[in-house]
Design a binder for this molecule. Structure first.
Ligand code: FPP
Length: 233
């Protein structure tokens, strides 16, 4: 029975399959991203309702710049539109919006929205919604090492290292969900997922609704996490 109440503190999501969802309907890929953004809203609502404290989503990787320019522009516009529209809701629901990645390299238009969104919600402490943008796990580790070197540190423990990550106070994900049948980490939070439970589903991201999310959470609740130790024989 106790498993019923095992709510993960941090859920991370790789939202995959938007392009395929659109293509199957004979639509341009951007329609898939648009529909995918609606599922992000539902994810936030469910997380808030059941008490998940950290929700993080992989919105744009450093490798995604290699996509056709129209698609990159469409994703960037969608993100700006989404952030601007969502901030009042986030404030109302006491949810802090945060970003992680090489934000300084983003176009000015999106950088402004990112900064405004973070500032407007910085007092919110009910839940954290983290958007990984121009993010890669290897880049985060390299950036952390360079920050540490610049600060004059010559030797680091794991806990020292954590202080140099993009969001030092963010707990490691308990559960990572990836949609669309791909079973890879694809450079997402390499440091933080050492003991994360992975949940893979064939469902394409635009079809990953509330029920699908709850299914992933039930599955998580049934898993026994040992962190390399023996808990029961
Ligand atoms: C992966 O599908 C999806 C992305 C690279 C973009 C994700 C962006 C959104 C859902 C936009 C909204 C985001 C927020 C935070 C509101 P894919 O294009 O790789 O799909 P495919 O593998 O089928 O081609």
């Amino acid at each position: 029975m106790e498993n019923l109440y095992k709510i993960p503190e941090h859920v991370a999501v790789i939202m995959d399959g938007n392009g395929r969802w659109a293509r199957r309907r004979g639509l341009p890929r951007v329609y898939g991203h648009r529909e995918g953004a609606k599922r992000v809203e539902e994810l936030i609502e469910v997380s808030r309702d059941i008490g998940i404290k950290w929700l993080s989503v992989f919105a744009f990787s450093t490798e995604n710049w290699g996509r056709p320019k129209e698609e990159v522009d469409a994703i960037m516009s969608l993100l700006v539109e989404y952030i601007n529209k969502k901030v009042p809701y986030l404030i109302e629901n006491n949810i802090r919006l945060r970003f992680m990645g090489r934000i300084e390299q983003l176009p000015d238009m999106i950088k402004r929205s990112v900064e405004e969104g973070e500032k407007a919600t910085q007092h919110c402490d009910g839940m954290n919604f983290v958007v990984a943008l121009n993010y890669s796990g290897k880049a985060e580790i390299i950036d952390a090492v360079n920050k540490a070197l610049k600060s004059g540190i010559t030797e680091l423990s794991e806990e020292d290292f954590r202080r140099f990550l993009y969001i030092p106070e963010m707990p490691d994900p308990d559960l990572l969900i990836r949609t669309s049948g791909e079973e890879r980490i694809s450079n997402f939070m390499l440091w933080q997922t050492a003991y994360t439970e992975f949940y893979f589903t064939e469902t394409l991201w635009p079809d990953f609704d509330r029920d699908e999310f709850l299914r992933a959470l039930y599955e998580y609740q049934s898993r026994e996490r040992r962190f390399g130790k023996v808990l029961s024989i």
